[in-house]
Design a protein around this ligand. Structure first.
Ligand code: AMP
Length: 394
């Protein structure tokens, strides 16, 4: 990475603003159900503590849409972070208001302050210069460690970098190292597995991965558009009829490039969109009218597993079925398990696939689990991430 990190700047005893990604899932009682993203921020926070910095943290949580909504408060995060660090984390009542300003002003070296949800202000997502400036006034240095929002040009991810020296934290550095190495210098065979609901969300990444991988496996809702593009009926399965040409082009590109494109050979279908719906497995060419494809079938799972046995680098993004319903989570869970058993570099591209791996208790068996679904997809697509671009060059 040619961008400066916290190691490339003198931040001893400085006031530092750190953009974290504390967008964690919570249950209805505001208990954090997965603290992975908070833990992922610890190396940078600890490094700043070692350097006796006064640390001002900020993040978004959920989608309060520019309004102050208590259900999106970062208070539970302050509590959890405090528990993980064994140290008080002072919570500000607002983002750039009086309380945040006075607490930031009084903050001593070695202390930590967490500002309220930056998305309580609509200016945040508009990357409003005045708002960015207000955030920047809190500190002398800006550290971006929020990989999960690095693909967004918001005030707290890029705007502040116009007013402060800006460097990355260790999380962003680590994410770019793993994702970058996999893409630029993969040990081969290099296999990508793509799932998820829609072709339209993934067509960019399909196109760019076809230039890099040896094998591309496609599952999830996306697969039905590929079936339809070949002239087969898909019943009520999720299918983007306006994307048939894109699917055809991808198939042609794979052929031209000599990339092995593995589409499902069978699919588990259901009668209705509900957890206990009647289901059965059929060949992909025989989806009946009125039925919906919700998962890859056993033959496809076997085929994918076989292919993965010889892979040396694997990138996976997107569930292979409607994994929220147990009976259609088998494809996704089987692939997670297969990845945990092979001797290769395994990179999970965040989002639902990361959640599936965590839920299956297989997280520590993977080489790297990205904390950013959207950001890692855009990175794999070859797009420049604004939150990274805004940082100082080395
Ligand atoms: P994405 O955000 O594009 O990665 O899509 C993830 C969503 O796709 C998850 O909520 C899955 O349940 C859903 N999904 C995956 N496969 C299917 C399918 N065959 N039918 C409907 N939804 C699916």
């Amino acid at each position: 990475m040619n961008k400066k990190t916290v190691k490339d700047i003198d931040l001893k005893e400085k006031k530092v603003l750190v953009r974290c990604d504390f967008n964690v899932p919570m249950d209805e009682n505001k208990n954090i159900t997965d603290n992975t993203r908070i833990k992922a921020a610890l190396p940078t926070i600890n490094y700043l503590l070692e350097n006796n910095c006064a640390i001002i943290l900020c993040s978004h949580l959920g989608r309060p849409k520019g309004e102050i909504k208590p259900e999106f408060s970062l208070k539970p995060v302050a509590k959890e972070l405090s528990r993980l660090l064994g140290k008080e984390v002072i919570m500000a009542e607002d983002v750039i208001g009086e309380d945040a300003q006075s607490k930031a002003k009084e903050l001593k070296n070695g202390e930590i302050l967490l500002l309220e949800n930056v998305r309580f202000h609509k200016e945040e997502e508009k990357n409003d210069p005045e708002f960015s400036k207000k955030l920047a006034e809190f500190a002398q240095i800006f550290v971006n460690d929020a990989f999960g929002t690095a693909h967004r040009a918001h005030s707290s991810t890029t705007g502040v970098a116009n007013y402060l020296p800006a460097v990355s934290g260790f999380l962003i550095e680590k994410e770019l190292k793993f994702l970058g190495n996999a893409i630029e210098n993969p040990e081969r065979p290099f296999v990508a597995i793509l799932g998820g609901a829609k072709v339209s969300d993934k067509i960019g990444v399909i196109d760019s991965l076809l230039d890099k991988v040896d094998t591309l496996m496609i599952g999830g809702g996306m697969a039905y558009t590929f079936f339809k593009a070949q002239g087969y009926e898909v019943g009520n399965s999720i299918c983007e009829v306006d994307k048939l040409d894109l699917a055809k082009q991808a198939m042609e590109k794979a052929k031209a490039k000599g990339v092995k494109l593995l589409l499902p050979v069978d699919t588990k279908i259901g009668k209705e969109f509900k957890p206990d719906t009647e289901s059965k497995t059929v060949p992909w060419t025989e989806i009946p009218e009125d039925w919906e494809g919700f998962d890859i079938g056993e033959k496809t799972i076997k085929m994918f597993e076989e292919e993965l046995k010889t892979a040396k680098t694997v990138i996976w993004n997107g569930p292979l079925g409607l994994f929220e319903f147990d009976q259609f989570a088998i494809g996704t869970n089987s692939i997670a398990k297969a990845l945990s058993e092979i001797d290769s570099t395994t990179i999970i591209g965040g989002g639902d696939s990361a959640a599936a791996v965590e839920k299956a208790g297989l997280a520590d068996k993977m080489t790297h689990i990205s904390t950013g679904g959207g950001a890692s997809l855009e990175f794999l697509e070859g797009k420049k991430l604004p939150g990274i671009e805004a940082l100082q060059d080395k």
